[in-house]
Design a protein around this ligand. Structure first.
Ligand SMILES: [Cu+2]
Length: 141
């Protein structure tokens, strides 16, 4: 019983850092080429794990959509990468082969403002459209 008790005592501190899983999909109810979920609200120290649920996708940071001090990342196709988020702010994530089709998602760490000003000027149109839909959904609550 003692190991179990020790585990239970440790749980509150484990709960501080959360693991968020994001599927990379060919399609879901919202359309084709999607991350699911396409928005994650996280806290510093949380980890995002990208799952290769459907083949042919990757997860990569978007230039100009990373908080100061956050490192860039890029997974290979079908690679399940994990990123641990320390810096507060907005993180834009794309699938390299499908960003032109709008395959992007947004991570908010902490209380960063959800402003369209955070979107770089050089985003593909469909990626920009999806980000704006994500922002509109979050700020509507
Ligand atoms: Cu993709």
């Amino acid at each position: 019983m003692k190991p179990l008790l020790a585990l239970l005592v440790a749980l509150p501190s484990l709960a501080m850092a959360e693991l968020h899983e994001v599927k990379m999909l060919n399609r879901n109810a919202t359309g084709a080429m999607v991350f699911e979920p396409d928005f994650v609200a996280a806290r510093p120290g949380d980890t995002i794990r990208f799952l290769a649920t459907d083949p042919g996708h990757n997860a990569a940071s978007i230039a100009g959509m990373l908080p100061d001090g956050a490192g860039r990342f890029i997974g290979r196709i079908d690679e399940e990468i994990e990123i641990t988020l320390e810096a507060e702010g907005l993180y834009g994530v794309k699938c390299s082969p499908h960003v032109m089709m709008g395959m992007v998602m947004l991570i908010r760490v902490g209380n960063a403002p959800l402003s369209p000003d955070a979107l770089p000027q050089d985003l593909p149109t469909r990626a920009r459209d999806r980000f704006q839909a994500i922002l509109a959904r979050q700020t509507a609550d």
